[in-house]
Design a protein around this ligand. Structure first.
Ligand code: TRP
Length: 477
């Protein structure tokens, strides 16, 4: 093992940290994934579960993850190992970091492919390809792109290269500069689109679709997807926020930062949903058309509306920028692990890892054409499998372990130096991390994975044993 280092490259201010974290949180999850899974899972009730998960699990885990990073002062693997040693806990906690760096690489492998679609659409919109396009043309247009593995591979490669180039420049020069430019532009363009959405005539319908809850449409699987998405969209459970937290100075307020991150991320997803479904409904299109939703429907709207060339081009530029600031945060945990633990310099590490991730991403490229009928997990394609394993299993599992570590292993004093909550809120915070979040994640995961009564009973028994065990351990200390 090489020279062990701690994170030293600090953010230049709290605001810059918040911008970077929001840049990580806001991405394809908000603009591409949230609308399409909301469409597939029936709208309102799904959105309500997602919002509840953000509030009750997401925000407490987000605060914990940043705190663990700042206290552990290193990449996720090393930070967990540092904290475990400090508190006399098992060094196996480093596995939590390992789960994270692996999940980050896996997510990035499909993330650059999907972002590549947006790069392609940006250029097409700019060249006027969407002018006067109707629904069936947009459909075949998207299908044609999906059917062409070489084109998908090309854009996947472009996106991967840009990500590698930015990350290789390091925290200050690379990440900060990129993010400072992206975020304000992103917000501005989204607000312009929101203004447009109110003129489509379907804004009310879109609003009802997102906020009128019909629970008959909800299954355990969709609850699991909603919960997994809360982790995905907030960038938690993996170590991104941990490594960003390790670059955060002790003076900054983790509570305030977390609330801003969650607020901005949720607001942007909901605005994106309102915009997209307004356009979907005003053109009589399908809400549940799947991963293609954004790409099959928006060109129609942009092709027909006044100023569509302009709005369309701006919109796809927005998707690409948002994806980029998230992509760099997906690779940062594993890069800092290579740099700090293995003595492989950032620049070299990024190129090695970036290449491996790019190769793995070819599986996702093929999922939409050559391997379209090759199934891995159940009915799922290669892409579907990687997405499912990361979002719905690895991230919730990582988040669960972070909550447990924070609440059961860290001392009261350690928590207090990191989390600046009043004593009243602190009680709720710890209660949530100790019981509500872990139990919710376990129940939802197991029932979503295997929806049968007997499994639920087994989960209840294991939870009881878990509680008894933890109770026993903490009493002895
Ligand atoms: N949150 C990003 C999005 O919504 C994706 C992302 C970036 C992410 N970093 C992460 C997801 C870390 C999970 C963990 O698109």
């Amino acid at each position: 093992m090489g020279q062990l280092k701690l994170s030293t490259d600090l953010w230049s201010s709290q605001t810059v940290f918040i911008l970077a974290a929001v840049g990580s949180a806001v991405g394809l999850g908000n603009l591409w994934k949230f609308p399409y899974i909301t469409g597939e899972n029936g709208g309102g009730a799904f959105v309500l579960v997602y919002l509840a998960c953000v509030l009750l699990i997401g925000i407490p885990v987000l605060m914990s993850e940043i705190a663990l990073g700042r206290a552990g002062k290193a990449n996720p693997v090393q930070a967990m190992s540092n904290l475990a040693r400090e508190n006399g806990a098992s060094r196996l906690w480093a596995l939590l970091g390992l789960n994270g760096v692996l999940a980050g690489a896996l997510i990035l492998s499909f993330y650059t492919v999907i972002a590549g679609w947006a790069v392609s659409y940006f250029f097409q919109s700019f060249s006027g390809a969407f002018v006067d396009m109707n629904a069936s043309e947009a459909n075949s247009h998207f299908d044609a792109l999906m059917a062409n593995p070489y084109e998908l591979l090309f854009w996947h490669t472009v996106m991967s290269l840009v990500t590698i180039l930015i990350v290789s420049k390091g925290v200050k020069a690379g990440l900060e500069r990129a993010i400072n430019l992206m975020l304000p532009a992103l917000l501005l363009i989204l607000l312009v689109l929101l203004g447009y959405a109110t003129t489509t005539g379907a804004f009310g319908k879109s609003f009802n679709f997102l906020f009128a809850a019909d629970f008959s449409k909800l299954t355990w699987e969709s609850v699991l997807i909603a919960m997994g998405h809360a982790f995905f969209t907030l960038s938690i459970g993996l170590g991104t926020m941990m490594v960003y937290g390790s670059y955060l100075s002790q003076k900054s307020s983790i509570v305030k930062a977390s609330l801003w991150i969650a607020f901005a991320d949720t607001a942007i997803a909901l605005i994106a949903g309102l915009v997209i479904f307004s356009i979907v409904f005003s053109n009589g299109l399908e809400a549940g058309s799947g991963p293609g939703l954004l790409f099959e429907t928006l060109p129609v709207a942009f092709g027909q509306m006044a100023g569509g060339w302009f709005f369309g081009t701006l919109f796809f530029a927005l998707v690409v920028m948002a994806a980029l600031s998230s992509a760099i945060s997906l690779i940062e945990p594993v890069v800092s692990w290579f740099d700090q633990n293995w003595g492989i310099k950032r620049e070299k590490a990024v190129w090695i890892l970036g290449t491996l991730i790019w190769v793995f991403g070819i599986g996702t490229v093929l999922s939409f054409n050559v391997w379209q009928d090759v199934h891995f997990l159940g009915e799922k394609t290669f892409f579907g499998t990687v997405d499912y394993l990361t979002s719905n299993i690895m991230l919730p599992l990582g988040g669960l372990l972070m909550a447990v570590f924070m609440a059961w292993v860290m001392t009261k004093e350690q928590i207090k130096t990191q989390i600046d909550l009043s004593s009243g809120w602190m009680k709720w915070f710890i209660l949530d991390l100790k019981w509500l979040s872990p139990i919710a994640v376990l129940v939802v995961s197991s029932s979503g994975l295997v929806a049968s009564e007997s499994v639920l009973i087994m989960v209840a028994i294991s939870l009881f044993l878990y509680g008894a065990y933890v109770w026993n351990v903490t009493r002895k200390n």
